[in-house]
Design a binder for this molecule. Sequence first.
Ligand code: PMP
Length: 352
Amino acid sequence: MTKAIPIRPEIRSLRAYRLEDEEPFPVRAKLDFNESPDDVPEEIRAEVLERLKARRWGHYPAFGAPRLKRAIGAAIGRSPDEIVVGNGSGETILAAVSVFAGGGTLVLASPTFSLYGQIAAIASARVVSVPRTGPAFAVDEARFLAEASSGIPLLCLPNNPTGGVETRAFVEKVLDVAPVVLLDQAYVEFAAPEDDFKALVSFRPNVVIFRTLSKAYAAAGFRIGYAVAPPDLAREIDKAVLPFNVDLAAEELALALLARPEGAKERVARVVKERERVAVALRAAGHAVAPSSANFLFVGPRGGNAARVRRALLERGVLVRDMTDAAAGRLRVTIGTPAENDLFLSALQEVS
Ligand code: PMP
């Protein structure tokens, strides 16, 4: 008789992440994944391909990615020994959660990024969720602090999918009560400068920050992210990622992008301007919009039926995310090009 296959129950009970099969409507505006509306500029693509041609494809990349850590460190004003590189920032979040919260408790402020639930299951961490409330989906600070003192808090700032950022004063309070604090700043480039918490790494021994090149740098197809933490924590997180996790192509693209940050800055400024324009137009039309410091808006369409509105938008070629599971009646809409945003606004006008 064959033995029962030992699938861990927390993995078995995860809903497999699967995109629904949809009838094929021509896509006119893809606003469902918080991707950059602009691709990597042509001259950077050409340069990366040239550099890649000159490298040995049959050899492993340099062990520990020292060039990439130096380049990231230089780009954000931190030391290379404070950087852990990942195959996307998601990988570094998984590593850090495994190191600090594996088998323990991860404290989240919900709704938040759905990947955290999957990461917790992989790391055998129990999740405690403190609900966000009110029109801005703000964290219930007292409750969060109470939970953070007996678990490992993971905060997303700006928060996916709601878009807001907690204050520095609150983050400092969490750092005071929790043994270690994980801060996901995947969207930090779209927020105000004072919402960038990387400077905390200089004087807080217990902070870990995650960042990515997937959003502001438009590099999502290549999988480059990193953690920033005091060197003794970075060293431990690095032990939980597999060697050579960032491949040659991702490394070359990261080096080229980080050498010329002006392009990304310009693209971010355009997205931020569009975000404000779209938010004003939505509110004027009677839809609810949470304040956002990211490259997306959390929208409560008039009438409140997010699933129906998403489907009707899809039929008009506009892809947005139905967030009903996270917050009833809400959609998450990525900010696209001005033309894509106009298309979204006019399609929404038709259907809601
Ligand atoms: N954190 C947040 C909050 C995100 O929204 C995402 C991507 N959607 C990630 C992390 C992961 O990004 P990546 O792995 O592409 O760096």
